[in-house]
Design a protein around this ligand. Structure first.
Ligand code: NAP
Ligand code: F7E
Length: 342
């Protein structure tokens, strides 16, 4: 059973579980426009639909719905990936973010406790918990310091998972996942925003890429490898908490440079602060600008995670390097832009 099945991770996890022979039940939200584009290819596969792949309407804000679904489906594994997952948006909708990303997890855990269903529960915890980092690199033992309503809500979820594990013997684990990206990443997250915009700029379909803080650093991995890590977390002998990360960190600025490099262009930076601009070296054309609207009230400056525990206990390690990740995303977005398919 997967919440957040229509998201980046939900779609990769579904593919992986179906390949392993699982029956997959996904929770989708009613939407006035299509929100299933990442799983349509699975839905339209006659081998899966109505035999091993099922979708149910639901919402993490509705405990009666979650109780009913847990009781009816009797899942052996639950992956709680549903969330208002955008950090900047969480400053605009803090209460809703707490409802979904915090209390939503409690609703799920309580449905397990009350129905007595024997299941294993995966919680999509996040490197955002480290926020203003207290240690470099971050491990499972590093103290948390959340810096957004999103991170504060996820902090509640982290601890309620630990509490239901210790108090009620629920097999519940936290995956503390550092940023993971892909060609399916939502287009308002910075990596995909950059690869989409740069592709369109090179093809003459867009003039400018506007960004916020270029100096923030993130530990970026490749999403399909991270969902395999989620599965491994639930196959462990006992429930526990694990960091999944690459142990490498790069700035947004480097991501921009690497993206344009893949498109055969070099970026030259001029100016400082909000007046900094990025130009194509070949033509002198201005292509990157700073827009303070993308600054956050509190920023997470640097994340880098040490996945040693996951390697030792789960045999998990990331394979795709930063350069390969950018290459994969640029290749995909450049093709889509050429075909004007998205
Ligand atoms: P995503 O692409 O934004 O997907 C989020 C999913 O949650 C979507 O399916 C969305 O449905 C669903 N959702 C939103 N509000 C909901 C609600 N009220 N009830 C039920 N479902 C709801 O996120 P992702 O990148 O795949 O991330 C998956 C999970 O991992 C999230 O919990 C995220 O916070 C966490 N996480 C992500 C990263 C990362 O780098 N990607 C790192 C650490 C942790 P719609 O399609 O209808 O919007
Ligand atoms: O921002 C900076 C921004 O929105 C990364 C979510 O999946 O990963 C994600 O959260 C950095 C930040 O991801 C823009 O200020 C600059 O420092 O791509 P992002 P995030 O906030 O790291 C974690 C692990 C999660 O758990 C979350 O669910 O990039 N930045 N300029 C920008 N960010 C955005 N979005 N847009 C800009 O224009």
């Amino acid at each position: 059973m997967i919440s957040g099945i229509t998201g980046q991770d939900g779609s990769y996890l579904t593919e992986m579980l179906l390949e392993k022979g699982y029956i997959v039940h996904g929770i989708i939200r009613r939407s006035s426009s299509f929100n299933t584009f990442r799983i349509d290819h699975i839905y339209n596969n006659p081998d899966y639909l109505n035999s091993r792949f099922f979708l149910h309407y639901g919402d993490l804000t509705d405990s009666s719905n979650l109780n009913r679904l847990v009781e009816k489906i009797q899942p052996t594994e639950i992956y709680n990936l549903g969330a208002q997952s955008h950090v900047q948006v969480s400053f605009e909708v803090p209460e809703y973010t707490a409802e979904v990303d915090g209390i939503g997890t409690l609703r799920f855990l309580d449905a397990i406790k009350e129905t007595g269903v024997k299941t294993r529960f995966y919680q999509a915890s996040t490197s955002e918990l480290y926020g203003k980092v207290q240690e470099i690199p971050q491990t499972e033992k590093t103290p948390f310091y959340p810096r957004s309503p999103y991170a504060a809500a996820k902090l509640y979820s982290y601890w309620i998972v630990v509490n239901y594990r210790e108090g009620y013997n629920v097999f519940a684990s936290n995956g503390i996942l550092f940023n993971h990206e892909s060609e399916r990443r939502g287009k308002t997250f910075v990596t995909r925003k950059i690869t989409v915009a740069a592709s369109k700029i090179i093809l003459g379909q867009q003039d400018m890429l506007s960004l916020g803080n270029l100096d923030a650093k993130r530990d970026w991995g490749y999403a399909p490898e991270y969902v395999e890590g989620m599965w491994r977390i639930l196959q462990a002998d006992r429930p526990d908490d694990f960091v999944l990360a690459t142990n490498e960190t790069h700035s947004i600025r480097e991501f921009v440079e690497e993206t344009f490099m893949n498109l055969g262009e070099e970026i030259v930076w001029k100016g400082n602060g909000v007046d900094e601009k990025g130009f194509l070296k070949s033509s002198g054309k201005e292509v990157v600008r700073i827009d303070p609207r993308y600054f956050r009230p509190t920023e997470v400056d640097l994340l880098v995670g040490n996945p040693a525990k996951a390697k030792e206990i789960l045999g998990w390690q990331p394979k795709t390097t930063f350069r390969d990740l950018v290459k994969i995303m640029v290749a995909s977005d450049f093709e889509k832009a050429k075909k004007r398919s998205e």
